[in-house]
Design a protein. Sequence first.
Length: 455
Amino acid sequence: MKLFYDLRLGYLVTAPGQETPLASLQAKAGDGEEVILQFGRSSDPTASSVIVDAPTWTAENLAGGTVIKIGIKEYGEYSDGTILASSSTFTHSSGAFTYTFALDLNTTEINTAMERGDANAADDIAELDCGFEVTFQVGGSGGWRSSVLPVPFTLYHDILFGDEATPTNAGDPDEYLLKASAVEYYPTVTSLIGGTSADLDAVPTVGVTVGKMVQFLDADPATDIIRYYRLEAGTDAESSPNVIRPDDYATTTNEKVWKFYAGPGGGITDIVEDTTPQLGGSLDSNAKQIRESKGADVASAATLTLPDDGNYYDITGTTTITSIATLGVGTIVGLHFDGILILTHHATDLILPTGANITTAAGDEAFFREYASGDWRCVSYTRANGRALAVAASSPVAPEYVFDGIPGGAANGALVAVSNSSSDTFHPQAYDGALAVNTASGYKYVGTGNPVNSA
């Protein structure tokens, strides 16, 4: 097993550079266990013990003549208790900064404590809770130093006597949550660009692995917001807040940019990941267009079912429409009719402007609002020929009539009978001088009264 003693902290640690104390060790009785001990210190006392760039560990060789002892005792047994196993003989490797011990776990003391190897197998102890400790005297003189925290050491009874398994080692140095695998918070960054130590563009990126994620509190907006950025390979031009070019960006040698990844405040090009987005306040279009989508064509049906792929649809077919399936109260849709069909007026299901059915024509368009669940109101209807759906009775229209001819010598005010160009019927009409010559279609009468059919 390999162990790491942090000289700054004064105890054995889970892995070099971490402040987490070594929590436990395990071994089998009967093993001849090799213990490799390395002394060192974590050089940055302010470094996080959870997220680090890399192990901040400087291995050290103790002064020549140093005496080191390792040993285990049962829990509850202290300075006057029985040592179950110990060793003070080691091989020192100055190049590897290691001290290697051979810890014999096949001692009389262990066998006695675990009732191991005697004639009565029934009283053997399956496991023994012990404590492991390191103590040393630097240079072989002066005071002794011991690990502040004894390490819980579980000694298991062997299954096959004399054929023991390999014990569990202490953690290896790769058992870290590295910054490359986590989102790092920048407490001193409060802005995006500006080149100062408080700006994201001033954060060094040379030598930093692409894919690094960072977060910080942006104080530039009216309300502070948390922003997330990812360092990506690219030559994108700066476009704050979506793309931030680091100040140390360099063509070919350091082509990296910060790209906005998540969070409020800009940079979002779509919200497809959120299938139920909600506004927290009024939507400000920021002087930009809001572009709705055209949905797929929909075949007419008694109950018209519109998909949710847009707000504007072509309606095909000639089936009479009596209602529209619900999409959600407040929904507004535009319909373009490709042919002739009937829209059936209903007092609640399908309210039409005239209160009567409407026969559509190709090119007609209508807009509907769902004012209650499954209930729609037509708020606008436009005919392709430009004519209104209905004309109010109180609004007289001066009619135009085209005639084939007019008797000669007719005086103003005279009652004359003339023939309509589209029929052979005659209409008596007082001649008031408003007849005009039209070489293409005869005479045209323009007046405010309708001629009476005298046929």
